[in-house]
Structure formats: C-alpha cells, structure tokens
Design a protein around this ligand. Sequence first.
Ligand code: MN
Length: 377
Amino acid sequence: MPFLEDGSEKGLKGHFKEDFSHRTRQGMAPRAGHVDRSAPYKRIATEEAWTFPALVKAQLDYFNSGDAPDDDSLRMGAMFNHMPSLQDMLQDLGDLRIAHMDELGIDRQLLLLTAPGVQVVRPGEGTALAREANDIAAEACRNHPTRFSAMAAFDPRDVAGSVKELERAAGLGLNGAVLNSHFQGHYLDEPEYRPILEALEALDLALYIHPTAPYNAPHYEQRGFFGALGGFPHDVWLHTMGLVMSGAFDRFPKLRLVIGHLGECMPLHLYRFDWMQGNADGRTRPLIDGGEQIKLQHPTSYYFQNNIWITTSGCGWEAGIKFCQQVLGPDRVIYAMDYPYQQSSDELAAYDRMDMTPEVKKMLMEDNARAVFRIRG
Ligand code: MN
C-alpha cells in the first residue's frame, strides 16, 4: 500500500514502495486531503533527517568489525544503511529533497544528522565525522538559504572535541545541535558532559535530543519495540528527565532543549511529575553524580514551560497538539514532519484544517521554529 495516496506515480510514492511497503495507513492516520498552497504561513519542518557516505561507511565498518559493543543503536544504523531507496533520500541535500519538499508542501527543512549519528562509530572517529557533517550541512544551507537550516552534529564521548566543534558550528551559522539520545548507555546528565551543556548555553545553540534504539535492552528488540512503539520515546524520556533531575536547567538556566514526537509523551505526565518529584529530587545519585546531592529550584513542570520545547514529528494529531499547546504554551509546540521516515501531504492538509486561531497556527508551523532555532530569511 503506498504511503502517499495522492495518485502520483512519481517521486515519494516510488521511493516508499521499496523500503516501507509494509507500512499501512489505518486507524488515526489522516484522511486524504489537499495542501493549501496559499496558506498564510510557511511550513518549517524541524526534524528532517539526512546522512552522508563517510558516516554510513564508518557505521557499517564498525558494526561488521566484531569490535563494536552490543548496541541496538548501531544495529539500527546498519539496517538503515542497507536500504538503498531510503539512503537516496537521506543522502540528498539538493534537487531530490527539494522536489519532495515541493511535492509535500514544505517550505524549509531543519536538517538533523539521522540516528544513530556519529556517536556510535569507533571511538576516536566521531568528532572528525561531526566536522565533515557540519561542513556538508552548512554548505547545503549556503546553497539553498531559503530551503534549508541545519543542526550541528557532535560526538559527546569526546567532550573537549565536542565543545570545539560546537564553537565552530556556531561560527558556520548552524541553528543548534542534535544528539541521538544515549551514547553506548551514557547520557548528558552525567557530570563529565557538563562542559557540553555549558557550551550549548553560551553559544545560544538549542539542543535537539532525537531518539535512537535503547542500549543493552533486548526486551525491546525481542518484542519489535526498539523504535517508535517503545524504545525511542522511552530513551528520550530517560535522557530528558535525567537532565531535569540533575539540575541541568538550574545550572544552565538559558539552556534550550527540544524533543520530538509531542514531547515523547511527557507533557501528559506533568501533573504527576510535580506530585512525585520527591522520588528523585534531593536524592543522591552515587552511580551518576558521585554522591552530589541535587535539589531542584522549581517543580518539574517549570522546566517544561521554560527550558523545553517540543515538536510534532510523526504526531500530526490535533487533539495531542492542542493539549500540548494548552499545558506548555502555544509558543513551545513546533511543527516537524520526520522526513523521510514518515511523510504525508495528507498529514500536512490535516494541519491546514486544524481548528486554531490564525496566530496560533502560524506559531505552530513557522514562528516558533524561527524563534527557537534562530532561523532568519
Ligand atoms: Mn526523526
């Protein structure tokens, strides 16, 4: 069954037949619709994936070497790297991608180096690949200044190298930084990674934590849940709540964190987080913080309303989006598509139909992205 149901025999539909033919449209999926080509807002999609040949090769070389740890994240990368049609779309930062954007109705993509990124390659190779990624992304933005913006890649296992590369990326004019969640089971709330958070705040770069498959967690894989059905949101939940409970946003109050997929379910739990905050807040975490006692300055919900923004990637669902706008504020919810993994002009048409004031709709589709990712032009 084709992913797009617009009757087109070219472009996206042909691409999806090869790699995603097992996916069907059912249940909550949007009904067929036409995108409003004269909508009073630009559509800026903010979680759009790409990759490049040297990274594909480095992931496959390490995966096949027998030296790599048992990492479902790397395994997922190897799987994607063996899908030629998907790779055609991921590796193109020019005509093919722009043709797809035009076909769908997307004005601008914010490019994120796709999961699992540079953080799964052989230790010591990640920062050089991040540098190459950031040069390629910056060039694409220069070549197509009205169509592309991009987040910087970095390999957090190399803390000093990451700080240097983030400084360089800010100089290249990139719009923030992306991390594909855990790195071999490690998270940014561990104290040794604080210089990275400090640099992100100082450089005014938003951090996007994108999902990857959880580490050392066969119970997900065995049930077919390592991705969107469980592993992805759970790992970003752990990462985000780890940062909140570590006091990261008290230490770096101007740090901006963005998470996708309607906040990976967390907005629905803000009320309970505040009730139960004492389960974690004020306790020592000797395995993580070496016994330092951390007491938060605010309720958990405060950080979701001041430091955290969410995108709608993969979740073009009016009820969920409106709930998040209500509890977080309409300025904190940002449109994203998740090209090329999940894409649909029917979904965009559903956004056009959503019952919101023109002002809030424009915030969702355009203005919030410009504000958080410092997008100009
Ligand atoms: Mn994504």
